[in-house]
Design a protein around this ligand. Structure first.
Ligand code: V47
Length: 384
């Protein structure tokens, strides 16, 4: 099995990159130098996507060799009832609407129990911001998952939920994070960041926390010893310069706190949202570009994840040769993207994830949430 670009003569690769006008950026990448804002813009605007991908693959290979990670996980979106009406969201509902639902902690426990026969390592829980559920509800949801499966890693609550808990708990920051840790929270997912610029915030998610508050909350989470991820929701009204601004803000915070595990560019699905009239599902071209530029700009993020639910399995697979080193997990049941019209399945089996990775010439490695336990699935291939 050959590896992406393996047979490409490095000098020819450099010539291709130079002809795309990226020679200065290549020199920085090869020297391990940090890319500037303008470099990011240039990478977004360079018509030669293959050259951008070659560079990103170089960086990805330096860090991870042939390895491509996946995990065995389960999503639980415990409520879709939300006080906010973000324009990009098809998932949120108001109380009383027919499609509105709220899982009690007992239901969350049952959801986790349903998969006890499978080797699930992680439960990923994000949801709407319910208008009346008290602070204790969030702790109970985490406790419920741990009760069902004590060894499971609970990755839950975006910065939006954490910010909400800090406001409604009536407790100090230290107490809230101590409560979350005692309940069994392991880490936080990267959602809710959307695009970290004031213009996009005002235009499409003005009621919800904005760029500064997302970053401030992420800082609190990391200072209290939790690791987390970071996302960017692309493919709606954002401009290239705003994408780069977003990446630079994440990179600065990572320099300061060091608690980000993965960057996950999320492809926007427009159906049933207030942005539906934009009419475009992101293309493979845009998906691969966002993966590659993320890999090149975020020199201090260990992982770039191609989340197959939003990218589709086909784009996520190809993204492994454009800078991504992780394809996410088995997922099982997902509502946020499916409400917005994705045609990806809700679940992939371990075998299907392994097949995607292997067929693209990478070595499948099953990991836990925090990447400190890994199992190479096919060691023969690893040595090939
Ligand atoms: O915060 C909402 C986004 C996020 C849409 O950390 C949409 O490992 C596309 O954060 N089209 C939730 N995206 C998902 C998320 C996530 C997913 C997988 C892994 C991890 C991780 C995190 O989904 C939301 C929002 O940014 N979203 N609506 C939509 N129509």
């Amino acid at each position: 099995m050959s590896f992406a670009y393996e047979h490409l003569d490095p000098e020819l690769a450099d010539r291709l990159i130079a002809r795309a006008g990226l020679d200065q950026i290549r020199a920085k990448v090869d020297a391990g130098e940090r890319l500037a804002f303008d470099d990011g813009l240039r990478l977004y605007q360079c018509p030669d996507l293959a050259a951008v991908g070659l560079l990103a693959h170089r960086v990805r290979t330096r860090r991870h060799g042939r390895k491509a990670y996946f995990n065995v996980n389960q999503h639980v979106n415990y409520t879709n009832i939300c006080i906010y009406s973000c324009k990009f969201c098809a998932f949120a509902a108001k109380e009383g609407e027919e499609r509105a639902y709220l899982m009690t902690p007992r239901i969350v426990e049952e959801k986790v129990r349903e998969h006890l026969h499978e080797p699930v390592d992680e439960v990923h829980m994000v949801a709407g911001i319910h208008p009346t559920m008290p602070y204790e509800y969030y702790l109970d949801v985490v406790r419920a998952a741990k009760r069902a499966r004590p060894d499971i890693h609970v990755k839950a609550f975006t910065m939006v939920e954490i910010d909400h808990m800090l406001k409604v708990s009536g407790k100090s920051e230290d107490e809230v994070f101590a409560d979350l840790r005692a309940a069994g929270l392991g880490s936080c997912p990267g959602g809710g960041a959307e695009v970290l610029t004031d213009r996009v915030h005002k235009a499409v998610f003005r009621e919800k926390i904005g760029p500064q508050q997302w970053l401030d909350t992420a800082r609190k989470v990391q200072r209290h010893g939790f690791q987390m991820n970071a996302t960017m929701l692309y493919g709606h009204i954002e401009r290239d310069a705003e994408r780069v601004e977003h990446l630079v803000k994440l990179r600065d915070l990572q320099d300061e706190c060091g608690g980000f595990m993965a960057y996950i560019p999320l492809a926007f699905w427009p159906y049933h949202t207030d942005l539906e009239h934009y009419g475009h599902v992101t293309t493979g071209w845009t998906d691969l570009r966002n993966i590659a530029v993320g890999r090149l700009m975020l020199d201090n993020f260990p992982t770039v994840k191609a989340y197959w639910i939003m990218l589709t399995p086909a784009s996520a697979q190809v993204a492994l040769a454009f800078g991504a080193n992780d394809i996410d997990g088995t997922v099982t049941e997902e509502k946020i993207t499916h409400d917005a019209g994705t045609d990806a399945p809700m679940r992939l089996t371990q075998d299907e994830l392994i097949h995607l990775i292997r067929e693209a010439g990478f070595v499948p490695v099953r990991r836990n949430t925090t990447y400190d336990r890994e199992t190479v699935v096919d060691s023969a291939l690893a040595q090939a």
